[in-house]
Ligand binder design. Structure first.
Ligand code: NAP
Ligand code: GDD
Length: 350
């Protein structure tokens, strides 16, 4: 039985990845932060009581800021694969907390890589790198596009990217960077723009709120469906050679288009509800991210299956269902049709 360690297991990607690996028969270990409230909502449907025989999901308290704990865990668990998904992952928040973001999102990677090196175990390491690395570089962006980070988050991810590359070259670790473009789902954090929009659409339909305040509507992103992207993470670790690879759909849309598509799907006119609040503008913006994922296609045979319109519909359907509203249903239908049998395929978020 293969054994995996996932940092960031409580996040959007971590929860999908845990689900996928359990489905494939792995023993899965996850790092979780101690909090005064439960932070494992996204894992509730796969949680197994550790007292029960045959349990394959184990959660361990720890933090990417705590090198000693990481070293102990890596040594004790001896994972075959490590997925480092933990991070302060919000770009806007990184302007408010640049030092903390650098510590967790950047230095956290050095701590984990050192833990691997010192433990001396043979493991494969996946680093959650980001299209934010490209920042101001004109689209489309591929593995050979120069990095031009535009935020403390991106600067921290840049350090993480190069540390991963360096440990691969210096110590012959199987360590790879998945340079993932934006990916979304019903489990997306509520303050990222897509989920903020689809959640507001559902609440407006239900009569719980009237207005949605947003920042820059003209930014363009290459938005894909998160479960497909965690499939890619596993493909990268199973490849014969360690490769850094860009993953994205090759299609970009503006925030405005996401708004229009979401509101119209729910039968609403977005102009009556959306207002601009400069509080959500960023000191430096990333205007346009668009993936050239030809290496992923060639190397991994990976093609995105869920379209932009389906993604929007999946998310709106789920947010409506979570409020007890009957969703139009096209998103749920797409989700079932596209073959994500390994996910719970639940139409409620989380
Ligand atoms: P997310 O939902 O924000 O999850 C982040 C995870 O990191 C959570 O489990 C969080 O724990 C954990 N975490 C935060 N600070 C930590 C710390 N100090 N120590 C240990 N764990 C900590 O992010 P996501 O969307 O799943 O993204 C996963 C990874 O991919 C992140 O590294 C992100 O930067 C990167 N990425 C994401 C995208 C995207 O579009 N989603 C694209 C490219 C790269 P709590 O639940 O306790 O907060
Ligand atoms: N969050 C947010 N809230 N973004 C807004 C808003 C708003 O009210 N209004 C407009 N936007 C714009 C942002 O300025 C940005 O241009 C775009 O919407 C997307 O913002 P986010 O959804 O916050 O995502 P991100 O692109 O900054 O970062 C995400 O993707 C990266 C990969 O490119 C995160 O998941 C990062 O962790 C990830 O690395």
């Amino acid at each position: 039985m293969s054994r995996a360690l996932i940092t960031g297991i409580t996040g959007q990607d971590g929860s999908y990845l845990a689900e996928l690996l359990l489905h494939r028969g792995y023993e899965v270990h996850g790092l979780i932060r101690r909090a005064s409230t439960f932070n494992t909502q996204r894992l509730e449907h796969i949680y197994q009581d550790p007292h029960v025989e045959d349990t394959r999901l184990f959660l361990h308290y720890g933090d990417l800021a705590d090198a000693g704990r990481l070293t102990n865990l890596v040594y004790e668990i001896q994972p075959d694969e490590i997925y480092n998904l933990g991070a302060q992952s919000h770009v806007r928040v990184s302007f408010d907390m640049p030092e903390y973001t650098g510590d967790v999102t950047g230095l956290g990677v050095a701590r984990l890589l050192e833990a691997v090196r010192r433990s001396g175990i043979k493991t494969r390491y996946y680093q959650a790198s980001s299209s934010e690395l490209f920042g101001a570089a004109p689209p489309p962006q591929s593995e050979s596009t120069p990095f031009m980070p535009q935020s403390p988050y991106a600067a921290a991810k840049l350090y993480a990217y190069w540390m991963t590359t360096n440990y691969r070259n210096a110590y012959n670790l199987f360590a790879v960077n998945g340079i993932l473009f934006n990916h979304e789902s019903p489990r997306r954090g509520e303050t990222f723009v897509t989920r903020k929009i689809t959640r507001a659409v559902a609440r407006i339909r239900k009569g719980l709120q009237k207005k949605l305040y947003l920042g820059n509507l003209e930014a363009r992103r290459d938005w894909g469906f998160a479960p497909e992207y965690v499939e890619c993470m596993t493909l990268l670790l199973q490849h014969d050679t360690p490769e850094d690879v860009v993953i994205g759909t090759g299609e970009s849309r503006s925030v405005r288009e996401f708004v229009e598509e979401s509101f119209s799907y729910a039968g609403l006119d977005w102009r009556e509800h959306v207002e601009i609040d400069p509080r959500y503008f960023r000191p430096t913006e990333v205007d346009h991210l668009l993936a050239d994922a030809s290496k992923a296609r060639r190397l991994l045979g990976w093609e995105p299956r869920v379209t932009f319109r389906e993604l929007v519909r999946i998310m709106v359907d789920c947010d409506l269902a979570a409020l007890g509203e009957t969703p139009p249903g096209a998103g749920v239908h797409a989700l079932r049709k596209k073959g994500f049998g390994w996910t719970a395929n639940r139409i409620t978020p989380g």
